[in-house]
Ligand binder design. Structure first.
Ligand code: Z5A
Length: 212
């Protein structure tokens, strides 16, 4: 008999909302409770495509806006075979940013519409759960200044936040908004409880295709 598949769980959110902190804690908690789980992040800067993206984000190189958008998407597609394999093996994947960041960040640039930005990611493995870590700019500022990478300015992040709000209106995606202003443990408890439900449901349902 085929084994139960793992769940695809994505954390999205504004800058410094705690996505990386929470992905790590969730993977640790799942593993400790005997559920196989692994973390992934996008962009995955370890691949050849990921290195091009990393150099762009670090402002060491310039790329045309459509081009970099397609590279971000290609960076997800190149990992799809591995993601599917792990999910089929029963491993739950906890992913730090995904196609939603792709669409929100590029559509915040002048001359881009959300619809065009979503297109390259249509058909990716569909997350069983997407948690959006909500944090207002004043609270984010208490967690330190913006970094020096591209996109890390408050004006641009505000536009990105508006694009995320539009994406969250899509009922075909299982969105949950998480109050990321709570302390790390309380945010974790909330995220863990949503994740356990998603893992149970995923065991009984086939993996979907995003935005199809
Ligand atoms: N991008 C794109 O354009 N297109 C795409 O398709 C994709 C991405 C996938 C990648 O950045 C950039 O690429 C990103 C989007 C764009 N650009 N921006 N901005 P990244 O993924 O390498 O890094 P990041 O996502 O920008 O990281 P972050 O947002 O700055 O951080 P975070 O992961 O949300 O937060 P954190 O590192 O877990 O925590 C930040 C600090 O807050 C840290 O000191 C923690 O200890 C502290 N923290 C965390 N939680 C709490 C709570 N609850 N209370 C107090 N302090 C806390």
């Amino acid at each position: 008999m085929a084994s139960k598949r793992g769940a695809l769980i994505v954390l999205e959110g504004v800058d410094r909302a705690g996505k990386t902190t929470q992905c790590k804690k969730l993977v640790e908690a799942l593993q400790q409770s005997g559920r196989p789980a692994e973390m992934m992040r996008f962009p995955d800067r370890t691949t050849t495509i990921g290195q091009l993206i990393s150099s762009y984000l670090e402002k060491k190189s310039d790329l045309e806006d459509h081009t970099v958008h397609l590279l971000f998407s290609a960076n997800r597609w190149e990992l799809v075979p591995l993601m599917k394999k792990k999910l089929e093996q029963g491993i739950t994947l906890v992913v730090d940013r995904y196609a939603f960041s792709g669409a929100a960040f590029t559509s915040a640039k002048p001359g881009f519409c959300l619809d065009w930005c979503m297109k390259p990611d249509v058909g990716l493995p569909k997350p069983d759960l997407v948690m959006f870590l909500q944090l207002n700019p004043a609270e984010a500022a208490l967690r330190g200044q913006f970094g020096i990478e591209r996109y890390e300015t408050s004006a641009f992040q505000k536009l990105v936040q508006q694009k995320f709000q539009l994406l969250m209106k899509d009922p075909s995606v299982n969105w949950k908004v998480i109050d990321a202003s709570q302390n790390i443990e309380d945010v974790h408890d909330n995220i863990k409880s949503h994740s356990l439900k998603a893992i149970n449901t995923a065991e009984r349902t086939p993996l979907g295709e995003l935005w199809k």
